[in-house]
Structures are given as C-alpha cells and as structure tokens.
Design a binder for this molecule. Structure first.
Ligand code: HEM
Ligand code: HEM
Length: 269
C-alpha cells in the first residue's frame, strides 16, 4: 500500500509528446538529406515521395517543434506571472556534481549508499538543458536555411554556411543524446525497463519515488493522486527478469553499434 504521486501534469506531457513526435519526424527526414549520397538515403527519400515532399515534411515537423518550444516557454511564463509559482528544480547546482560522483561510486559497487536525487536528477537536468540548447541551435540555423533569401539580406554568405554545418552536426549530437542517453534513462535502464510511463500517465508510485526522487519525497512531496492498491499491475515483473534485461541490453548494444558504424565516421570497423 503506497501513494501515487503526480509528477507531470497534462501540460508537461503534451509538451513532451509534441517534442518527441516532431523530433522523430525531423530525424527521419533530416538524415537522408545529410547522407544524400548513400543508397539507404535514396530509398528513404523515395519512401517520403521524393526530396521536395521530404523537405516539406521536415518543415512541418519543424513548425511542430517550434510550437512545442513556445508552449513550454509560454507555460513557464504563465506559472511565473499568473500562478506566481516559479520552479528552480531544473537549474543545475553543485549538488548535481556531487550526485554524479556519488552515483558513479555507487554503480561501481564501492558503496551501498546511492545519491539522493531531488525533483530532477543530474540526468534529467542534462536532458532538459540539452534540448533547450539544441532547439535554439536547430530552430535558428533551420530558419536561416528555410528562408535563405531573407537571411542573405542580414548576414554574409559564410554565416549561412556555418548555419548549415551547425544544423547538420547539432542534429547528430541531438540524435545521439536522445537515442543513447535519454532512451537509456527512460527505456533501457533495468530500473525502468521497458519504459518509465511518466511521459504518458504523469505519475510515480511510492516505490518509484523512493527510488528516483527520495529527496523530493522528504522535502516537498508532489501531489498525491491515489494509492498503489488502486492501480495494481505496474511493470515490476519485467524489472526483476534478469534474462529479459540481458536480452534488451544486447539488442540495445547491437542497435548502438549499427548506428555508430552507419552514421558516425568513427572508423570503428
Ligand atoms: C532536432 C531537430 C532537427 C533535426 C534532427 C534536423 C535534422 C536535419 C538534417 C540532418 C539536415 C541535413 C543537413 C545537411 O545538409 O547535412 C537538415 C536540413 C534542414 N533542416 Fe533540419 N533538423 C531539425 C530541426 C529543424 C528545424 C527546427 C528547422 C526549421 C526551423 C529545420 C529546417 C531544415 C532545413 C530548411 C534544412 C535544409 C534542407 C536543404 O538542404 O535544403 N530543421 N535537418
Ligand atoms: C519514445 C520516446 C520517448 C520516451 C518514452 C520518453 C520518456 C520520457 C520520460 C519517462 C520522461 C520523464 C522523466 C522524469 O521522470 O523526469 C522524459 C523526460 C524528458 N524527455 Fe523524453 N522520452 C522520449 C523521447 C524524447 C525525445 C525525442 C526528446 C527530445 C528531443 C525528449 C526529451 C525529454 C526531456 C527534455 C525530458 C525532461 C527532462 C527529464 O525529466 O528527463 N524525450 N522522457
């Protein structure tokens, strides 16, 4: 028997859904542009109905990503100016540095005491600020490439070339950060496998709050919206199945090696 806590309200969840849907479409339509010379890119472009259609889809997804960013900033302003609530929970602090070091020592088994995370751990803060920075770069450089005739009226050609390089390389950084870092934390980590459902249901049960946000629970617990008995059937059986965890880690590693080998000129193989 334990409480169910609301971690994310409907606005957090909608902003995140708009963000990841647009991100996936931008990745699927952007990579074939970057690797236009390769066979799979030619096939991918034809699946999207040719380059012009694929670029149009890229721009529509870009508009959705811009809407998700405006929605998020607007929501922060509304909380600050109307609800007079301003949260500093995502701001990096020195404790994030000591948490990272404590967590590494814990993961290597040198201590039984893991770092005690507050509302947002260093992992989640990294997610948040990586996306904040990434969207600024991608929207800025994307708009310059989307409207080259207007951009040319304000900046010299070399700045536009820099925008294309920044867009292309930041795209790879963002894709790697999401598919390696975020997906491990939200999907593939044995602690949440097959997936944390915060993005969909917005809540965490007592056990999960004690695991992921013990300091928040101590300091100021989020609103209680129910109790565990009422929502039996959480995915704990998956998390305690070592064979499934080993299998998913092998699959995850295989996807990672394929991606690194296919997309990044690291000369691994
Ligand atoms: C995280 C989100 C995004 C990803 C992963 C992404 C990915 C890419 C990639 C890989 C390319 C090819 C770059 C190259 O030539 O090497 C590209 C091109 C482009 N992107 Fe994005 N993009 C994103 C967001 C945006 C946004 C927000 C906009 C507009 C505001 C945008 C507009 C464009 C345009 C106009 C091109 C140029 C296409 C051309 O070559 O004519 N992208 N994108
Ligand atoms: C199917 C894909 C995805 C799933 C299942 C997923 C899952 C999640 C979950 C469960 C959280 C809440 C973590 C917490 O309790 O704080 C979260 C947070 C977040 N996600 Fe995703 N995510 C996905 C895709 C993405 C993508 C593509 C992006 C960025 C382009 C993204 C950016 C973020 C950010 C910025 C946060 C807030 C910081 C955090 O709490 O970690 N997510 N995601």
């Amino acid at each position: 028997m334990g409480n169910i806590y609301q971690r994310w309200n409907i606005h957090h969840r909608l902003q995140h859904i708009l963000l990841f849907v647009s991100f996936f479409i931008l990745t699927l339509t952007g990579l074939p542009i970057k690797y236009a010379y390769s066979g799979w890119a030619v096939r991918a472009t034809s699946i999207f109905g040719g380059f012009d259609t694929m670029l149009l889809i890229h721009k529509v997804a870009a508009a959705i990503m811009i809407i998700s960013a405006i929605y998020h900033l607007g929501y922060l302003l509304y909380c600050w100016l109307v609800k007079k609530q301003i949260s500093t929970a995502t701001l990096p602090t020195w404790k994030d540095v000591t948490d990272l070091l404590d967590h590494i020592v814990y993961c290597f088994g040198f201590t039984k005491e893991d770092a005690k995370f507050d509302r947002y751990s260093y992992k989640e803060k990294f997610d948040y600020w990586a996306v904040f920075w990434g969207i600024a770069i991608m929207v800025g450089s994307g708009l310059m490439m989307w409207f080259p005739h207007i951009t040319a009226e304000f900046v010299p050609r070399w700045i536009m070339d820099c925008a294309q390089v920044a867009h292309s390389d930041e795209a790879m950084l963002a894709i790697m950060a999401v598919f390696v870092w975020h997906f491990y934390n939200a999907h593939f980590s044995p602690l949440v496998f097959p997936m944390s459902l915060v993005w969909l249901k917005g809540n965490l049960n007592q056990e999960e709050m004690e695991e992921f946000h013990p300091l928040e629970l101590e300091k100021k617990a989020p609103p209680v919206i129910g109790s565990t008995a009422a929502v039996e059937g959480k995915t704990s059986s998956f998390r305690s199945n070592p064979y499934l965890i080993i299998l998913q880690m092998v699959v995850y590693a295989a996807i990672l090696i394929w991606f690194l080998r296919s997309f990044l000129p690291l000369g691994l193989m």
